[in-house]
Design a protein around this ligand. Structure first.
Ligand code: FE
Length: 207
């Protein structure tokens, strides 16, 4: 088990966000990075892969220091599902383990929701959400006898974003998801693969 895969993902994603591209290109290139991350299943610590019988779990794995993006592991117990909800920011979903069903909804002029496409996502597959590409969905574990896990990336500190759940009439109910964990994986212990000492950034003249 190695956290290097997650660290490399976070580093690459920060570099991508640094480029300040539009949402479409960020989603496209972010998908490539996320697909590489979820195409292997040897890096997620068990602590962040634990289901709860009460409800699906959202474990924060990393938050950008400027809260430009966050990385979260979603763990669905057998048969668990999210309510219908929105995001308000861009997001990518990549299945790591098991399988998930993503149902899209669109709001009509009266606000009522209409069911759209249904995607069946397998390990290594990616889905995208945003106000531009379609922001309202419901995600379910495709299995009723085992756990499924997906890795999500959002264009904000998603656990702190004010969002909404909806009933089928489109009536919104405010929610802020928060996170299930209060400790994060330590991505930055590089003692097993040390970095070369860098040049000092500030020249100090000693007189
Ligand atoms: Fe979602």
């Amino acid at each position: 088990m190695t956290l290097a895969a997650l660290r490399d993902f976070v580093t690459d994603l920060a570099a991508l966000v640094d480029e300040g591209l539009g949402e479409a290109e960020t989603l496209e290139r972010g998908s490539v990075l996320l697909r590489a991350l979820v195409s292997r299943d040897d890096w997620l610590p068990d602590e962040f892969a634990q289901p709860s019988p009460a409800r699906y779990q959202q474990y924060l794995l990393h938050c950008d220091s400027a809260e430009r993006f966050s990385v979260v592991s979603f763990v669905w117990g057998p048969g668990q599902s999210t309510p219908i909800h929105n995001h308000t920011v861009w997001g990518l979903v990549g299945v790591l383990r098991g399988a998930e069903i993503a149902e899209r909804f669109t709001a009509g002029p009266d606000g009522a929701l209409t069911a759209g496409g249904v995607d069946h996502l397998l390990p290594g597959e990616i889905d995208a959400v945003s106000p531009r590409v379609g922001d309202i969905h419901r995600v379910s574990n495709a299995f009723d006898d085992r756990v499924s896990i997906s890795i999500h990336v959002y264009g904000a500190n998603i656990g702190a974003v004010e969002r909404a759940t909806f009933d089928l009439q489109g009536r919104p109910k405010r929610f802020i998801s928060g996170y299930a964990n209060d400790r994060l994986p330590n991505l930055w212990d590089r003692s097993a693969s040390p970095v070369a000492a860098s040049e000092p950034r500030i020249e100090v003249s000693v007189s």
